[in-house]
Design a protein around this ligand. Structure first.
Ligand code: ADP
Ligand code: MG
Length: 701
C-alpha cells in the first residue's frame, strides 16, 4: 500500500462502520489507515506456551490449556444460574465457567473433543477455574494460522462498552494488514539498515502487530523505536546547526591576560581533568563566532564555580563584561564573596546586585555598568530588570536555573549588538537520554569528577523512634567542632502543617541542645530576606552549630565545616531533592554524614528512594532512578514537551537505541546537511512530514 492509500479514512476499512469509525476518532484519535498502523500494542499475550492443569499456579495470569470437556451442568446461584464445564487433560481437572450466553455454549460445545482453552484463572482454594474462556477446537486452532503472540491494543472503557473489544481490534488490524501485502515504503537509509541489521519497514510493521515469535517482535520494536528517535534527532540536530549559523556571537580570539595571570599565579588548586576538558569546550565555543549556549552539568561540589569564573576572565580579557545570576540572595552573596576574593588579586572590579541593594548604591552601580568600569556583576533576578544596562556584556552565567527561559535570557542583551554567550550551570544531573532529547538547542558539558581528597558522604536511614540516638550522635560531632543542618520538608499544599512541624522541631532541638553551649539558627521562606541572610551568615561564620531550615538551603550554599545533614520526614522528599540536600555536606576535609529520618509507614517508591540514597552518591545514577520512578514528564518542567509523547520508544528503557539513532542522524547530516542528495529523498520526505507535527517543538526555546 502506498503512502496515498494510507491517508484513507478508517471508515473505509472492512470491519469498521461509521459508528466504529467515530469511536476510533474520539477515543483513540485515529482518523486514517496510517494512524491505525501506528497504534502499537501495549503488550502481547504469549500464546506460544501451553500449560498442564496439574502445574497451574496462583501466579499464572493468563494460560492456555489443551483438554476435553467431559460434563456440563447448571449450578444455581444467588441470581440466576452459572454454567460449569469440567475440563480435563491427562494431568488433572479444572472448571470452565459461564455466567451468561449459556444457550449458545450449550448448542455449540462438543464434549470429549480436544479444545484449546485460553483465559484468566480464578482460584477457589486449590481448585482452578476459568471464567468465560476463549475456546478453539484444537483442530481449528492448529489449521488457523493462529496468532501465537496476541496483541493487546490500547483501549478505553467506552470502546469496551460499545463492543470494540480487543478481539475486534485484532480483526480490524488483521484486515488492514491483509490489504498491505505489497509492503510499505522504506523510510530509513539503506546503509543504516545494513549497518545495524535493522528489519525493513514492512517487516517491522507486520511483526509489531502480529509477531510469530518473541524474537520477531523484538526486532520489529527495535527498528520502530530506532526510527522514531532517528527523526526526532534529525530535527533537533538540524535546529541546533541552523541556530549556530544564524545566531552570531562575539568572537573572543584571546584567552587574555586575566586568564593567564590567574591561571599561573592565583589558581588555588589544580583543576581536575574534567574541569580542564570542560574549559576547553567552552574556550572553543567562545571563539567560534557563534553564540555559546552551553549547559554545564556537574554534581554538587564538582567545582562548577571556578570554571564559571575562568570563563568570565576570558570575556574580560577580550574587553567585555560578565555577569552571574543566582536563584537566591544567599547564593548570590556567596558567589559574590567567593568571586571577589579571587578577582581582587587582579584588580578586577566586581559588584553585587540584589533586591536589597539600596537606591543610592544602585544608581552608582548602574552608571559604572554603563561606562564599562564595572567588569563583573553578580546578583539575583534583579540583574534582568530593565534599568540594568551593560556597556558590553560578553558572558552571562546562570547558576542553578535550568528553567530560566530564553525570553529572560534575551533581556540580558537588550543593549548589546550581539547576544552574550550564555552558560547555564546546574547540579541537577539530567540523564543523558533525556538531555539529548530535550536540550537539542543547548550544548552540554559535564564535570563528571569530584576534586581529589573528598571523603564520600556516609548516608544512613533511621526511624523516628531512634531519634534520641541520632541526637546523641549530633552532639558528639558538634563536640568535635562540626556543624549540622536539620532540614524539614515544605510542600506548598500543606504549608501550614509544615511550618508547625518546623517550629515544633526547632523547639525540641533547642531543648536538646540548650544555650549557651549550643547555638541554633533557623531559616525558612516566611522570613524577611535580610533576616534569612543574617541567620545564614551566623552559621557560615561558625557562630551557630545547628541550622534548622526548610529546603531554602537546597541549592548552592557552601559551608565546608558543616558535616552532617539530618533530613526530617525524608520519605516526603523527592530523590533529586534529597541528593541536592546531601550535597550541602562533604565539602570539607572531615568525614560527612547524611541521616534520613522517617516514620515507619513508607510507600514502595519511598523505600526505593531511601535505599538509593543509602547505596550511592552518584548523582547520575540517582537521576536515572528518579526518572524511572517519576517518568520523564515530571523532570525539568518538561510536562508539556511533545517530544516525550513517544509512540513506541521509551526514554527510560531505550536510552541505548536513542544514542545509536542520534549517532546515525549526526553522520547523515554531516554528509548531507540539507538532505538534498537523491538517495536521501525518502528520508527527506519523511523528515518534512514529521516536521509538520509541530507539536514537538513546544518545549524548546
Ligand atoms: P559546585 O559545582 O557544587 O558549584 P563549587 O564550585 O562550589 O561546586 O566547588 C565546591 C568546592 O570545591 C569549593 O570549595 C571549591 O573551591 C572546591 N574546588 C573546586 N574545584 C576544585 C579542585 N579542582 N580541587 C580542589 N578543590 C576544588
Ligand atoms: Mg554551585
Amino acid at each position: 500500500m502506498n503512502a496515498q492509500d494510507l491517508q484513507a479514512p478508517v471508515d473505509y476499512l472492512k470491519g469498521v462502520g461509521p459508528a466504529r469509525a467515530d469511536l476510533l476518532r474520539t477515543e483513540l484519535n485515529i482518523h486514517k489507515f496510517q494512524d491505525l498502523l501506528s497504534l502499537f500494542p501495549n503488550r502481547y499475550i504469549d500464546r506460544t506456551r501451553f500449560h498442564k492443569i496439574a502445574e497451574l499456579q496462583n501466579a499464572n495470569a493468563e494460560v492456555q490449556i489443551i483438554g476435553k470437556i467431559t460434563t456440563v451442568k447448571m449450578v444455581p446461584q444467588k441470581r440466576g444460574k452459572r454454567m460449569v464445564a469440567v475440563f480435563e487433560d491427562e494431568t488433572g481437572q479444572m472448571e470452565l465457567v459461564w455466567f451468561r450466553g449459556h444457550k449458545w455454549i450449550r448448542e455449540n460445545i462438543k464434549t470429549n473433543t480436544p479444545y484449546v482453552a485460553f483465559g484468566k484463572l480464578k482460584w477457589f482454594g486449590n481448585r482452578a477455574s476459568m471464567p468465560h474462556p476463549e475456546l478453539d477446537l484444537l483442530e481449528e486452532y492448529q489449521s488457523k494460522k493462529a496468532q501465537r503472540m496476541q496483541p493487546v491494543y490500547p483501549s478505553t472503557e467506552k470502546l469496551q462498552k460499545k463492543g470494540l473489544t480487543n478481539r475486534s481490534m485484532n480483526n480490524i488490524m488483521f484486515n488492514l494488514l491483509k490489504q498491505c501485502t505489497a509492503g510499505f515504503t522504506e523510510t530509513l537509509p539503506e546503509s543504516v539498515l545494513q549497518k545495524h541489521k535493522l528489519v525493513s519497514k514492512t517487516k517491522a510493521i507486520f511483526n509489531v502487530h502480529f509477531p510469530a515469535t518473541i524474537n520477531d517482535l523484538e526486532k520489529a520494536k527495535f527498528r520502530l523505536k530506532f526510527e522514531e528517535f532517528f527523526y526526532i534527532q534529525l530535527q533537533l540536530i538540524r535546529k541546533n546547526l541552523l541556530a549556530k549559523k544564524k545566531i552570531k556571537g562575539f568572537p573572543f580570539p584571546e584567552v587574555g591576560d586575566y586568564f593567564l595571570d590567574f591561571y599561573k599565579n592565583y589558581l588555588p588548586f589544580e583543576l581536575t581533568h574534567a574541569q580542564k576538558r570542560v574549559l576547553k569546550e567552552i574556550r572553543r565555543d567562545l571563539n567560534s563566532g557563534a553564540q555559546m549556549n552551553r549547559l554545564l552539568q556537574g554534581d554538587v561540589g564538582s567545582g562548577k564555580t571556578i570554571v564559571g569564573f575562568l570563563s568570565m576572565l576570558i570575556a574580560l580579557g577580550n574587553g567585555f563584561q560578565a555577569c552571574m545570576m543566582a536563584p537566591t540572595e544567599i547564593l548570590a552573596i556567596q558567589h559574590y564573596e567567593g568571586i571577589s576574593e579571587l578577582a581582587e588579586k587582579m584588580g578586577i572590579h566586581v559588584k553585587l546586585l540584589t533586591g536589597s541593594t539600596k537606591t543610592k548604591a544602585r544608581r552608582i552601580l548602574h552608571e559604572e555598568l554603563e561606562s564599562g568600569e564595572l567588569q563583573i556583576l553578580i546578583g539575583t533576578h534583579a540583574l534582568i530588570e530593565d534599568k540594568v544596562k551593560f556597556k558590553n556584556l560578553g558572558l552571562a552565567i546562570i547558576d542553578e536555573q535550568h528553567r530560566f527561559g530564553v525570553a529572560q535570557r534575551a533581556k540580558l542583551w537588550k543593549k548589546n549588538t550581539l547576544p552574550p554567550h550564555v552558560m547555564v550551570m546546574t547540579a541537577t544531573p539530567i540523564p543523558r537520554t533525556l538531555a539529548m532529547s530535550v536540550y537539542g538547542d543547548l550544548d552540554i558539558s559535564v564535570i563528571d569528577e569530584l576534586p581529589p581528597g573528598r571523603k564520600p558522604i556516609q548516608t544512613v536511614h533511621r526511624y523516628d523512634s531512634n531519634r534520641l540516638k541520632v541526637f546523641k550522635f549530633l552532639k558528639d560531632e558538634i563536640t568535635k567542632g562540626r556543624q549540622v543542618y536539620v532540614v524539614y520538608p515544605l510542600i506548598e499544599e500543606s504549608a501550614n502543617f509544615d511550618y508547625k512541624d518546623l517550629m515544633d522541631g526547632y523547639d525540641s532541638i533547642v531543648r536538646y541542645f540548650p544555650k549557651p553551649d549550643y547555638q541554633v539558627s533557623i531559616v525558612h521562606g516566611k522570613m524577611k530576606p535580610e533576616d534569612k541572610a543574617f541567620e545564614m551568615q551566623r552559621f557560615v561564620e561558625g557562630k551557630t552549630q545547628i541550622m534548622v531550615a526548610t529546603t531554602v538551603i537546597e541549592v548552592g550554599v557552601n559551608v565546608p565545616n558543616a558535616s552532617i545533614m539530618l533530613i526530617e520526614s525524608a520519605e516526603r522528599f523527592g530523590l533529586s531533592q534529597l541528593h541536592q540536600l546531601r550535597g550541602r555536606v562533604g565539602r570539607g576535609a572531615e568525614q560527612s554524614y547524611c541521616v534520613l529520618l522517617t516514620g515507619h509507614k513508607i510507600s514502595k517508591d519511598g523505600k526505593t528512594r531511601l535505599e538509593t540514597m543509602t547505596q550511592t552518591n552518584d548523582g547520575f545514577k540517582i537521576a536515572e532512578v528518579d526518572l524511572k520512578l517519576r517518568g520523564p514528564g515530571d523532570l525539568m518542567g518538561t510536562q508539556q514537551s511533545g517530544v516525550l509523547q513517544l509512540k513506541i520508544a521509551d526514554l527510560v528503557q531505550d536510552g541505548s537505541i536513542l544514542a545509536l539513532a542520534r549517532k546515525e542522524a549526526h553522520l547523515l547530516l554531516k554528509e548531507d546537511p540539507s538532505l538534498e542528495s537523491p538517495e536521501n529523498s525518502m528520508v527527506n520526505f519523511t523528515y518534512q512530514s514529521s516536521m509538520k507535527n509541530k507539536q514537538f517543538w513546544n518545549y524548546i526555546s
